[in-house]
Design a protein around this ligand. Structure first.
Ligand code: FAD
Length: 591
């Protein structure tokens, strides 16, 4: 009878233990967990802090007793492994309740020790008002701090998944929230322009967002903490949540001589064996292969950890199973929006030395979550990166209010199964008006990609003023739409009049067509291209996207005289005007 000892009893560890029992009824399985709980839903913790998940028990998916009863696994919580003695094939374990130290033998050892939140030595960081969220006791502590200290404001440091989820939950719990991020954007897996959609919504929700500003130091007084930023700005709050990244818990592995990479992640082969054939490692503590680039990387996500636990169990039980890499598919609720991504972002491709137009192409489209004529349709913006020949999809990102998750999953599956952009066009996806459109946004991404490859469509950059400073911006929306917003210095010819007014445009100039979301702009571009205009591009996703990506641009551009008269704006043109932003999401063109 072989004995497997598993260190870490949450995502990867518990998954490994349960699978191993299902495969081998005779195996001796010991699960050692230093914390008080096993198999809990750490992904649900921010929602418990925000009281969206009210019941604490709902987060505790398994108890040691239930796990023992169902799976006959010797589960020992509050048992911390202090060292691995590879020569003797034992681990030294401390019973945290008594302080007793004992040796446990193993035939096979599995490390699923996870990762820990970073707490760099920033001056003042030791304050008890600066908390991290990683475990159930962390959530308990933050909840009771909020309740008992009557906390009214919070500063969240770090705009990654946990920072964003905490900002949203603290905000919905009634706290005044400031979110501070050292990079110029939140949610690093997204490209900047896609993250701008999140920035806009975060600000609309009343959260103070500080970008490109890192923490220099903290000062605590009796009631509050002041966060001093490198820019010289300060943010004072009752509570600080630190969520600036994680590091793998690989101290045990390192001390026992197992090979680690430069980031401190444990090196494993594709069967998840470490450099010691008797020791497997899974989850946040390991280095994995990036599914897209085939480079080595670390991706701390629950899906990969759970699957790796299962694969390790298979291999331990004698069924050869291989881990085929992580593509980083992820989704998060960010206030009113959902942000999701899979595979590589454009900035990652550029970092790898790839160049747009030479090595890859990209597209950004805005589509409705379901048929526009069925109530409740809301736009989602989809960015996709693919090879010049369209045979490989490198990655995709989607931001929207509804239907984001199923589209990103469709794209994630397509990438995993090696689909090209033509396959997206051919996918037959379920359709009825409440759920989708006859041409699903994923199909539309395929059509658009194929148009790009065939030269039927070409897109400008979202930052037209930087990339296309001399281009003519051609607004093809209806007159009424100009009242709401137009791009600076744009020429206006509604789509229906374009064929009759071609002589107003210079065919030698670069022309960038735009409308509200991009569909009429595409039609306009096709008209121009077929009438001899050589350099025509479409502004991706239209004015709605332009506004989100250019938050400082006010309504601008000279209005045609007749429109001004109709709208009545002329009468007040010289008077101070307070601007009002109206959210018309879900409306059909022309809006
Ligand atoms: P963990 O699940 O963290 O388990 C490691 C366990 O090992 C810990 O319980 C630890 O106490 C124990 N341990 C460590 N050292 C020892 C030792 N020496 N002796 C005994 N025990 C030890 N991922 C997603 O994909 N989607 C999400 O929405 C998401 N949300 C998250 C929200 C939060 C707040 C957190 C903290 C994480 C979230 N994650 C999410 C990440 C996901 O939870 C992790 O990727 C996953 O849990 C990693 O699994 P693991 O088994 O490697 O480590």
């Amino acid at each position: 009878m072989s004995k497997t000892v598993i260190i870490g009893g949450v995502a990867g560890g518990a998954s490994c233990a349960a699978r191993l029992r299902r495969l081998d009824e005779s195996a001796d399985i010991v699960l050692l967990e230093k914390g008080p709980y096993i198999s809990y839903a750490n992904c649900g913790l921010p929602y418990h802090v925000g009281d969206v998940i009210k019941s604490r028990n709902a987060l505790l998916l398994q108890t040691p007793e239930a796990m023992n009863k169902k799976f006959r696994i010797d589960v020992r919580v509050q048992n911390e492994v202090l060292s691995i003695n590879r020569d003797k094939k034992t681990v030294s374990v401390k019973r945290l309740e008594t302080g007793e130290i004992y040796e446990e033998t193993y035939d096979v050892l599995v490390l699923s020790t996870g990762s820990s939140p970073l707490r760099p030595p920033i001056p003042g960081i030791k304050s008890s008002k600066i908390q991290t969220l990683w475990t159930v006791p962390d959530a308990d502590r933050i909840r009771s701090l909020i309740k008992e200290n009557h906390i009214k404001s919070a500063a969240v440091i770090g705009g990654g998944f946990i920072g964003l989820e905490m900002s949203e939950n603290l905000h919905s719990a009634g706290l005044e929230v400031s979110l501070i991020e050292a990079l110029d954007q939140v949610m690093a897996p997204l490209d900047f322009e896609m993250a701008q959609l999140l920035h806009e919504n975060i600000r609309q929700n009343g959260v103070k967002l500080f970008l490109s500003d890192a923490v220099a130091s903290f000062n605590e007084n009796e009631r509050q903490v002041t966060v001093n930023l490198k820019s010289g700005k300060t943010v004072t709050a009752d509570l600080v949540i630190l969520s600036i990244g994680v590091r793998p818990n690989s101290t045990l592995a390192k001390a026992s001589g197992l090979a680690l990479d430069g980031r401190g992640a444990v090196i494993v082969d594709d069967t998840l064996r470490t450099t010691d054939p008797s020791i497997y490692a899974v989850g946040d503590v390991i280095e994995v292969e990036d599914f897209i680039s085939k480079e080595r990387t670390a991706v701390p996500l629950a899906g990969p950890a759970n699957k790796q636990g299962r694969i390790a169990a298979d291999n331990i039980a004698g069924i050869t199973d291989r881990y085929t890499g992580t593509q980083g598919t992820s989704v998060a609720k960010v206030f009113d929006l959902t942000a999701a991504s899979t595979g590589a972002s454009e900035k990652t491709l550029v970092k790898r030395g790839m160049r747009k137009g030479r090595d890859y192409e990209s597209l950004i489209i805005t589509q409705n979550s379901h048929a526009g004529y069925y109530p409740g349709a809301v736009p989602l913006t989809l960015k996709m990166l693919f090879s010049k020949d369209g045979k490989k999809i490198y990655g995709a990102q989607i931001v929207g209010r509804e239907g984001v998750d199923k589209r990103i999953d469709t794209l994630a599956v397509s990438i995993r199964l090696g689909a090209g952009v033509t396959d997206l066009k051919n996918l037959e996806l379920a359709y009825a008006p409440p759920y989708s459109s006859a041409k699903d946004p994923v199909n539309m991404a395929g059509f658009t990609a194929e148009n790009i490859m065939n030269g039927l469509a070409s897109f400008s950059g979202w930052d037209v003023e930087r990339r296309h400073p001399d281009a003519v911006l051609l607004d093809v929306r209806e007159d009424a739409e100009l009242m709401a917003f137009t791009l600076p210095n744009a020429v206006h010819i509604p789509l229906g009049e374009l064929r009759g007014r071609l002589n107003e445009l210079d065919p030698e100039k670069e022309i960038i067509t735009f409308c509200a979301i991009g569909v009429r702009a595409y039609n306009a571009a096709r008209i121009l291209m077929q009438h001899g205009f050589k350099n025509v591009k479409i502004y991706p996703s239209g004015t709605r996207f332009y506004q989100s990506t250019h938050p400082d641009t006010e309504m601008s551009g000279p209005m045609p005289a007749d429109n001004v008269a109709d709208s009545g704006v002329a009468d007040t043109a010289n008077a101070p005007v307070s601007s009002m932003r109206i959210d018309c999401s879900g409306m059909q063109c022309p809006g």
